[in-house]
Design a protein around this ligand. Structure first.
Ligand code: GTP
Ligand code: SPV
Ligand code: MN
Length: 592
């Protein structure tokens, strides 16, 4: 083993990093410090160690080469918004939708928990990049963690190792992240962001979004805070490119709340009748967008892997994801088969007669509980994706033609409509609602407002965030067109009205045609909608103009209550909601 007790064997010459690690080691008192370099040799060494200590189980290497299995503590299976804090000097800065604490108080509290927390453990020093190497948008972070599972997951999710030190050079502007599992006690679980210090402290959890600090903590909460200061956007969005048979590539970004279809949409395979059309994935969860030299918005995916929802993944819903997770993947909280394969509800093939569930208990088809946790996840390298866009590694990013908002709504929201203009588009994002999912603890199924899918991830006041969106008009020459979709509308019997998944191509096609002014539209109270003759229903079994009308219907009574619900959020944010959005609300009410 190449671990050492001191900081002497650091693999960087950056003095700020070295002295900060020294300081944190003095606080946490790990037995050893392991400086990650990102090499293959290191991966083999850490993986072997994780298997030896029971943190990972080696899966059937014939079926799943390079794949491993992890079970989390059953009390630690999702993000915990009630334990997530933004700590800035002024409370007003974070607004009413974030938990706040004064930085000094929170440092004292968390440092108290960190004191001696790594005794008997190893502290892994994980330097990483959020963004392609060499991109002006890319940020450097260093995460210190006492979880080997986190160290191994970080190397899937981000570009880690020497590349990060190279990009940093001898500067001091890296994100400082410290993570300690403590005893995985929900009562001592805190995820704290200090945007003014570019610092994150996370304790008491070992679950993805709480502990892979580059992802939600840096790329979104701290990211959005920096983005406002620096004139760019950090968003909870997938990025995809649609290529036509003639080779025209159009890039779009879409914000859907957690577990509402980003990964699936980003990896979509067009139905057979779209011969020659192809969807390329740039990213599946996060977009950083900045005005480019031509005045358009350019987006990068800061991540290098996908941390995706497993249940429901199969060769009908998402064939590209199935291929992506066949190798080099860490599975968390799915079910384990006797032959070292994995299983989950909605997987291809037969339901197993027997397996171990996500808790490790014997499971049979008669069991009442699910075998895989509804928020079980895969961590897989994006380069495994058969349709990963070559641009995913392009430091310049891709020009965005459309922004798509969407939630999970059984009623009220039609399949597709387009905003009248940018302010109206910002209003659509700001008033987005969605039924809550298993990705966060609490409230399952309830509709809540989730502006731009950023409610849990915006690092400052939501009203100021809306103002920043509106301000993008001044910082750009050409803004993307804005659309709203809903894949989840249901009929009276509770069945989805829209087949979704690959068939979402039909909606995407209309969106892209609108961006290129190739198709007309019809005005409605909500925005521009497709003319029924322009919407491609060819080859959709049991789906025709009548079904389309139903999906697109605007129910006045439902919309009256929807406007009242939208108002609740605005009332909560009263002080800072831009007047432009209040005006949009009045315009909508009068149209309805
Ligand atoms: P996070 O990783 O939590 O941010 O989630 P995500 O937005 O990437 O969601 P994902 O694509 O993993 O989908 C979540 C769930 O929605 C899965 O159970 C999918 O099967 C389901 N889903 C995705 N797309 C569709 C769709 O078009 N129609 C229907 N009915 N379900 C969908
Ligand atoms: C989400 O909840 O939006 C996720 C999963 O993408 S996590 O990384 O855990 O936040
Ligand atoms: Mn997400």
């Amino acid at each position: 083993m190449t671990t050492n007790r001191t900081t002497d064997q650091s693999n960087t010459t950056n003095q700020t990093v070295i002295s900060w690690v020294k300081e944190m080691a003095a606080l946490c008192q790990p037995d050893t410090i392991f400086w990650c370099d990102g090499s293959e040799k290191e991966k083999a060494e850490l993986t072997a160690q994780a298997v030896a200590s029971g943190v990972l189980i080696k899966l059937n290497q014939e079926k799943l080469p390079g794949c491993y299995y992890h079970r989390s503590n059953p009390n630690d299976v999702a993000r915990v918004e009630q334990c997530t804090y933004i700590c800035t000097s002024a409370r007003e800065e974070v607004g009413p939708t974030n938990n706040w604490a004064p930085p000094s108080e929170m440092y004292e509290k968390v440092n108290g928990l960190l004191r001696g927390s790594m005794r008997g453990r190893t502290m892994y020093v994980v330097p990483y990049l959020m963004g392609p190497s060499g991109s002006p948008l890319t940020k450097v972070g260093v995460e210190l963690t006492d979880s080997i599972y986190v160290a191994l997951s970080m190397r899937v999710m981000a570009r880690i190792g020497d590349a990060a030190y190279e990009q940093l050079g001898n500067r001091a502007d890296f994100n400082r992240g410290v993570h300690s599992m403590l005893d995985i006690n929900p009562d001592r679980r805190l995820i704290c962001h200090f945007p003014q210090d570019n610092t994150i402290l996370s304790v008491g959890s070992n679950y993805g979004g709480n502990v892979l600090l580059g992802k939600k903590c840096l790329a979104l909460r701290i990211g959005s805070y920096l983005a406002r200061k620096e004139g760019w956007m950090a968003e909870h969005m997938l990025i995809l490119g649609l290529e036509s048979p003639e080779g025209e590539k159009t890039f779009v970004a879409a914000a859907f709340p957690s577990a509402c279809g980003k990964t699936n949409f980003a990896m979509l395979i067009p139905p057979a009748r779209y011969k020659g059309w192809k969807v390329w994935t740039v990213g599946d969860d996060i977009a950083w967008m900045k005005p480019g030299p031509d005045g358009r918005l350019y987006a990068i995916n800061p991540e290098a892997g996908y941390f995706g929802v497993v249940p429901g993944t199969n060769s009908k819903s998402n064939p590209n994801a199935v291929k992506t997770i066949e190798r080099d993947t860490i599975y968390t909280n799915v079910a384990l088969l006797p032959d070292g394969d994995v299983w989950w509800e909605g997987k291809d093939g037969p339901v197993p007669t027997e397996c171990l569930d996500w808790r490790g208990n014997r499971w049979t088809p008669d069991s009442k509980e699910k075998a895989a946790h509804p928020n079980s996840r895969f961590a897989a390298p994006m380069m495994n994706n058969p349709v990963v866009a070559p641009e995913a590694n392009d430091p310049h990013g891709v020009p965005i033609s459309a922004i798509i908002f969407g939630g999970r709504r059984a009623t009220t929201l039609p399949l597709i409509f387009q905003s009248f203009n940018w302010s109206h588009g910002v209003y659509l994002g700001a008033t987005m609602g969605s039924e809550m999912t298993a990705a966060a603890v609490g409230g399952l199924g309830q509709v809540r407002r989730d502006p731009m899918a950023m409610l849990p991830f915006c690092g400052y006041d939501m009203g100021d965030y809306f103002a920043h969106w509106l301000r993008m008009q001044k910082l750009t020459k050409t803004l993307p067109q804005v659309f709203h979709v809903n894949w989840f509308r249901k009929d009276e019997g509770g069945n989805f009205l829209w087949p979704g998944f690959g068939e979402n191509m039909r909606v995407l096609k209309w969106i892209v045609d609108r961006c290129h002014s190739r198709v007309g539209a019809q005005e409605s109270a909500l925005g521009w909608v497709p003319k029924v003759e322009d919407f491609d229903m060819n080859g959709l079994e049991g789906f025709g103009p009548a079904q389309f009308e139903k999906l697109q219907s605007i129910d006045t009574e439902e919309w009256k209550s929807e406007i009242l619900l939208q108002d609740e959020l605005f009332k909560n944010l009263r002080a800072t909601v831009p007047k432009e959005l209040i005006l949009q609300r009045e315009l909508l009410a009068s149209r309805i």
